[in-house]
Design a protein around this ligand. Structure first.
Ligand code: SF4
Length: 365
């Protein structure tokens, strides 16, 4: 059998500063491993060759229209096409349409196949999945569930070619085995990158001490970096113990927790906060978050809200995003926010004029 694997979004992944990074697709690693074990011929990267079966993995919903446009081209080249991934799923209404790998492929551990397929010298994967927080803008609770569960161990994920490990856990600190992960990271002398935004509300003495005892790094294993989320001004979540709702005033919680991390010798400039913008906050609230993080000396990684169908430009209620959102992202990403007030940033005025012009057009017709 001749099999093609198209990980359409893999090379498109960019960080908040616009740099491109290769981000292995572990579902494709499983597909690769399964067909290797079957003795099949695997075409990767796939570039339109004639194949018996073509797998297309879609991570980002924004890629979906392109897939639909290209489908006739691929249909002419592949006897069978299987498309799946978070970007292909539909979370717009119940019941959600969630694509799954065929059972026999899902059962294959993605390591070490992912490492061979992408020719990488670091380990990558999940030791735990799921997240109890349930943010409405996030696909994780819908796809992975609202309870953290164990997937595999740090030791299993080690790539024999290197000492760097990337964990994509949805909420690392929330699972009791976080401390077992810490022990294994230390035992094997690994550098560790927690790739998803960690939950700052969960940081306590034990967690801060655990993190400070390991060699935490950015994705590429170079810079000392830890990633957290500051997505909302008020964060609410269900307490897994009591089932009740807990509310956090994040403008108070973030400084407290940053101070605690500092006490465990984790300096503020190692801390990068993902900041969701355009979902449900006002310009004043966004500026308050920026000022909070700037004054603490933390890095900011703005993330423009996109709804679960990949639509840009709308807020969490489906209404047009406030005009300031894109300018705010540019103000932060360019670093100008460190020396110039947002009201004086020229792109803010440009976006305001644009929005006024659009509103005038609508009122005329
Ligand atoms: S805490 Fe993070 S992973 Fe969990 S639901 Fe919220 S955004 Fe998603």
């Amino acid at each position: 059998m001749r099999v093609g694997i198209l990980d359409i979004d893999t090379k498109k992944e960019t960080d908040g500063f616009g740099r491109k990074a290769k981000y292995p697709n572990i579902a494709c690693g499983k597909i690769y491993g399964y067909h290797k074990l079957q003795g099949d011929e695997i075409i990767y990267p796939y570039n339109g060759e004639k194949v018996d079966r073509l797998y297309i993995s879609v991570i980002f919903t924004a890629t979906r229209p392109m897939i639909l446009r290209m489908l006739p081209y691929w249909e002419a080249r592949a006897a069978e096409i299987l498309i799946g991934g978070t970007g292909w799923d539909d979370y717009s209404r119940h019941p959600y349409t969630i694509t799954e790998l065929p059972e026999e492929i899902a059962a294959i551990p993605h390591y070490p196949w992912t490492y061979e397929m992408y020719d990488i010298d670091y380990g990558i994967g999940f030791t735990t999945r799921g997240c109890h927080v349930g943010c409405a803008f996030c696909v994780v609770p819908k796809k992975e569930g609202m309870e953290e569960y164990r997937e595999t161990t740090v030791t299993d994920l080690i790539n024999p070619r290197g000492k760097h490990l990337i964990l994509m856990n949805n909420n690392s600190f929330a699972h009791k085995d976080f401390f077992q992960d810490i022990e294994e990271i230390k035992e094997h002398g690994l550098s560790i990158h927690w790739d998803q935004a960690n939950d700052i509300t969960l940081v306590d003495d034990k967690i801060a001490s655990g993190i400070s005892g390991v060699n935490y790094r950015g994705f590429d294993g170079k810079k000392k970096q830890l990633f957290f989320a500051f997505d909302l001004i008020t964060k609410k979540k269900i307490d897994p113990e009591t089932g009740g709702t807990v509310t956090y005033d994040m403008l108070k919680v973030v400084p407290e927790k940053v101070k605690l991390l500092n006490e465990y010798a984790i300096p503020s400039h190692h801390l990068v906060f993902y900041m969701l913008i355009g979902y449900n906050t006002t310009e004043e609230e966004d500026l308050a978050r920026v000022e909070c993080l700037r004054s603490l000396g933390c890095e900011i990684y703005p993330m423009l809200y996109r709804d679960l169908n990949g639509r840009l430009g709308v807020d969490g209620r489906g209404k047009p995003q406030p005009f300031h959102v894109r300018a705010l992202r540019d103000w932060i990403n360019s670093g100008v926010y460190r020396k110039q007030a947002f009201k004086d940033f020229d792109r803010r005025a440009k976006h305001l004029r644009q929005r006024e012009h659009e509103e005038l057009q609508i009122s005329l017709f």
